[in-house]
Design a protein around this ligand. Structure first.
Ligand SMILES: Nc1ncnc2c1ncn2[C@@H]1O[C@H](COP(=O)(O)OP(=O)(O)OP(=O)(O)O)[C@@H](O)[C@H]1O
Length: 610
């Protein structure tokens, strides 16, 4: 067994081990139920041999004692309903223990799967940023939903059925041998073939299952992407193109499923044939042995019953094993996520006060995502507590990366970053993130009420504080104009709000928490100039209370900053106030001239029109 397979088994063993007592109870119940199942044909045999047929068998054993107790063979022959009642009672007891098995197993399985789901969800929230950047969200979604369901089915159905069949064989086969060894051999002669065929099928089908799962993942990804980006598709009138792409994936998924169904059809028909052949062998062989007087008629009757009792579950074993193949693929895929590294946490972290001052220092920072592709080179700058810094630069200059390093979404390898004089790499990730409020380029809102979305940053905040933050973000009146006000539930990713409204809601969410450091990553790009000014003024009211880093392309925002940092190609190429930078050549001055020209042109066009 290779390492991966043994790790997969280990996950399963660990999961089952956590609930060993209910599982053990289920196994014992199956054992008892199997014994009662064995008793049904055995009662038939005893009645035939000791009551119905002549000459009657007398062994002087406990069975004879029971027969005498109910009035002897003749009396029993006149009251055969008693034997029928015994069969009903034994069958009912067998059913009762099977129910107990299902009850214990279902409880244990559900808890096991729920714990695994929680473990996976918790892990996803702590997984390393690099893994998330490269991961395919549709695929992860599938692993967390349908793969978990496959595993659940495996634990509730397959493990129990496989266990049940093995226990049934372990209980019934020795009891059959005790009655007649040759007939037992005859009754089981095709069992190895049925089992082997099931195992071969199981190995073959596993590979195909993996392909089907992958194809399903691709299909989920394409649906999810298209739902998220449906407006982009419509804007470019690319519906047909996307439908074609979907059809391709859909066809592949269907073809693979069809192949799988065909394989199963072959398996069922051939295994049915094998099972019927096994029953036929017992019928013919047992009939001959009875005719020759080697076995009693009752034994013949009982062995037909035993064979039927065993062969069908054994045939089912092939199916269960093949389903188990599907589960091992699912476990492997879940395991891949569980093995993805989590964000590393330090053993000895430097604790932060409840509220830091907000001083930031970058010293000779070098950083790259991929080998030999430097994104930040020798970046150094200082920010005093309460200072407002604007960061400008062309696209791809590394501005967002700077912020991601500050939030410890990635770790720097060269240089130093400190917050209030404490080296960032010695601070726990969650501690530093508590101190920084961030508004990312892409506003994200949950499909919950506006109130829940805004209070996400500060769950205990009062409604008054919430209204204060929405007023500062210039969105309070918009929210009040909705029929449901703050209770309005917004669609997935806030689709019922405009881009600017979404940004303002996310801004109010960040403002509610008043963290000592606030970062706006190109957040104001989707709001109009007057709203932008309102928001900037609101932020300026708190000037000095929090350190403000604003990544922006707008000169109007930079003008209000204490200092502007200019970034180009991963380096800081200039810094200073608006006045200083507009009096020397460089990127900022060019940006200023372009935006001033545009403003002048716009104003003169308005004058002409008026
Ligand atoms: N997760 C990532 N993995 C690999 N490369 C990345 C990743 N994120 C960003 N980059 C690369 O790093 C460089 C800097 O990206 P960054 O997002 O920091 O730029 P930016 O200045 O914020 O750009 P913009 O103004 O367009 O947002 C770019 O070349 C980008 O392709």
């Amino acid at each position: 067994m290779n390492k991966k397979a043994s790790q997969r088994n280990q996950i399963l063993i660990d999961l089952i081990h956590q609930k060993k007592w209910p599982y053990l109870g289920a196994i014992i119940s199956v054992g008892i139920a199997s014994y009662f199942m064995f008793l049904v044909p055995t009662i038939g045999k005893l009645v035939i041999d000791r009551v119905i047929t002549e000459p009657r068998v007398h062994n002087g054993d406990k069975i004879d004692a029971v027969i005498s107790w109910v009035g002897g063979p003749d009396a029993l022959a006149n009251q055969l309903w008693l034997a029928g009642l015994a069969i009903v009672i034994v069958t009912a007891l067998s059913g009762l223990f099977m129910y107990l098995k299902d009850y214990l197993a279902a409880g244990a399985c559900e808890t096991t799967v729920r714990e695994l789901r929680n473990k996976l969800y918790h892990h996803l929230h702590h997984i390393d940023e690099r893994y998330l950047n490269n991961a395919d969200s549709g695929d992860i979604l599938q692993r967390c939903t349908s793969d978990i369901d496959t595993l659940r089915e495996f634990l509730t159905m397959q493990v129990m059925n496989i266990g049940r069949t093995i226990i049934l064989m372990a209980v019934v086969i020795p009891l059959m041998f005790m009655q007649n060894a040759w007939l037992t051999v005859l009754s089981l002669i095709l069992v190895p073939v049925v089992l082997y065929y099931g195992m071969v099928f199981f190995v073959k089908v596993r590979e195909l299952f993996q392909k089907v799962d992958e194809a399903e993942g691709e299909l989920t990804t394409i649906v999810q992407e298209n739902l998220t980006g449906i407006r982009v598709v419509r804007a470019f009138a690319r519906q047909d193109y996307e439908c074609e792409k979907f059809d391709e994936k859909n066809a592949r998924y269907s073809d693979l499923n069809y192949k799988l169904i065909c394989m199963f059809a072959n398996f069922w028909s051939l295994s049915d044939l094998l099972c019927i052949a096994q029953s036929g062998i017992v019928l013919i062989g047992g009939g001959w042995l009875t005719a020759q007087g080697h076995i009693s008629f009752g034994t013949y009757f009982a062995f037909i019953g035993y064979t039927n009792l065993l062969i069908w579950p054994i045939r089912q074993l092939g199916k269960e094993l093949s389903e188990a193949g599907k589960a091992t693929v699912a476990i492997g895929r879940i395991q891949e996520i569980l093995e993805a590294p989590e964000e590393e946490e330090l053993q000895n972290v430097t604790p932060l006060p409840d509220r830091i001052m907000g001083a930031i220092k970058f010293e000779n920072i070098h950083f790259q995502y991929d080998k030999d592709r430097p994104v930040l080179t020798d970046v150094s700058f200082d920010v005093a507590p309460g200072e407002t810094i604007a960061i400008v630069g062309p696209t791809g200059a590394g501005k967002s990366t700077l912020i991601q390093l500050l939030m410890r979404l990635h770790d720097y390898e060269q240089g130093s970053i400190s917050v209030d004089g404490i080296e960032l790499s010695s601070i726990a990730r969650k501690d530093i993130r508590h101190q920084i409020g961030t508004l990312l380029q892409e506003p994200f809102l949950f499909s919950r009420s506006l109130r829940e979305n805004i209070k996400f940053s500060h769950l205990e905040a009062s409604d008054g504080a919430m209204v204060h933050s929405t007023t500062a973000a210039a969105v309070h009146h918009t929210i009040e104009s909705f029929q449901g006000g703050y209770s309005t539930v917004i669609g997935e990713r806030g689709v019922s709000l405009s881009g600017g409204q979404k940004q303002r809601v996310t801004l109010s969410r960040t403002l509610l928490n008043t963290p000592p450091i606030l970062v706006l990553d190109d957040t104001l790009s989707a709001v109009d100039a007057s709203t932008e000014q309102k928001i900037i003024s609101a932020l300026h009211e708190k000037k000095g209370e929090q350190t403000l880093l604003i990544i922006t392309h707008r000169i109007s925002v930079c003008q209000k900053a204490d200092r502007i940092i200019v970034m180009q190609d991963g380096r800081i190429t200039d810094q200073g106030t608006h006045n200083e930078l507009t009096h020397r050549d460089g990127f900022y001055n060019e940006l200023w001239e372009i935006q001033s020209d545009q403003k002048d042109q716009f104003e003169s066009e308005i004058k002409v029109t008026v």
